[in-house]
Design a protein around this ligand. Structure first.
Ligand code: ZN
Length: 280
């Protein structure tokens, strides 16, 4: 399949696809009888249009639903390209996407980041979900149930999981990633471990993440362990009344044996003081 350069489309179950984008953000594509559901609209309108082109390689059915796994720009700033679709997200995702300060902080970070999509950030019309839920909802597509689940705050305040029970499959957004350190800047480290414990209960064989490769249940448990150990090591550093520099050093040292080769571990130290401040 000649999808957009840098992307790979993997059929993870009949009619359910993971569209993995090297070093960028993944999307999900679920084809039903009448239409298509997209998981994450990606970082910019042009990225959403590439995704729409790739969907056309699979089916000519219209895109009826978009689910935002969470409010981060690289997952949701393509929403405006789906004016005819129902855009679904957690109520807290809606609140974050309506937060002018959050939006402008991200916009200026992107504009000064110098990436090829930086200029496009100027013209993005940030479009929040138009259908929200609090704890869970079910959506039936192609005769299959999708469970949209909220387990509490974690990577953001509004992370949702798309569980396909018939296929033992879950889309995890950025909360669970395979051997990658998730972005911690907008996170809730006090809540995240408990949220992970709830995802770990799902009877799944495969997860599709917002970044990086697909994983299995064992990989999911490893991602949960990372968060637990990060939070425990940070709490220990707080108890030992270490200063920010010593605390960061001790957390990194504790985690490096098991997680040192994960993508993003090399810059984890930049985020530790923030995590510790949130836990203090
Ligand atoms: Zn994110």
């Amino acid at each position: 399949m000649n999808s957009t350069p840098g992307t790979e489309i993997i059929e993870v179950a009949s009619g359910i696809y993971a569209r993995l984008h090297e070093n960028l953000t993944n999307a999900g594509i679920i084809v039903g009888d009448e239409g298509v559901l997209i998981i994450d609209s990606l970082r910019m309108p042009s990225f959403a249009r590439d995704l729409i082109s790739d969907v056309k390689l699979i089916t000519s059915k219209p895109i009826k639903y978009v689910i935002d796994t969470h409010a981060h720009w690289d997952h949701s700033w393509g929403n405006e390209e789906f004016p005819d679709a129902t855009i679904i997200g957690h109520q807290n995702c809606y609140v974050e996407m309506m937060d002018d300060q959050w939006n402008e902080e991200w916009r200026s970070k992107i504009l000064t980041g110098g990436d090829p999509w930086a200029e496009e950030a100027k013209i993005v019309n940030i479009t929040p979900p138009n259908l929200t839920f609090d704890s869970s909802m079910s959506l039936y597509i192609g005769g299959r149930q999708l469970e949209l689940l909220y387990f509490g705050r974690a990577h953001t305040s509004g992370d949702v999981f798309i569980h396909v029970p018939d296929e033992k499959l879950v889309f995890t957004g950025d909360v669970i990633q395979d051997r990658r350190v998730p972005y911690l800047g907008d996170s809730y480290p006090a809540d995240w471990p408990e949220t992970d414990d709830k995802i770990a209960e799902l009877p799944i064989d495969t997860f599709v993440s917002g970044h990086g490769p697909n994983g299995n249940h064992e990989d999911l448990l490893e991602a949960r362990s990372f968060i637990h150990e990060l939070v425990n090591a940070s709490k220990n550093a707080i108890q030992e009344r270490r200063n920010a520099e010593q605390a960061t050093e001790s957390v990194i040292e504790t985690l490096s044996d098991r997680f040192g080769d994960w993508v993003g571990f090399d810059t984890l130290d930049e985020r530790i003081p923030e995590v510790i401040a949130k836990l203090s």
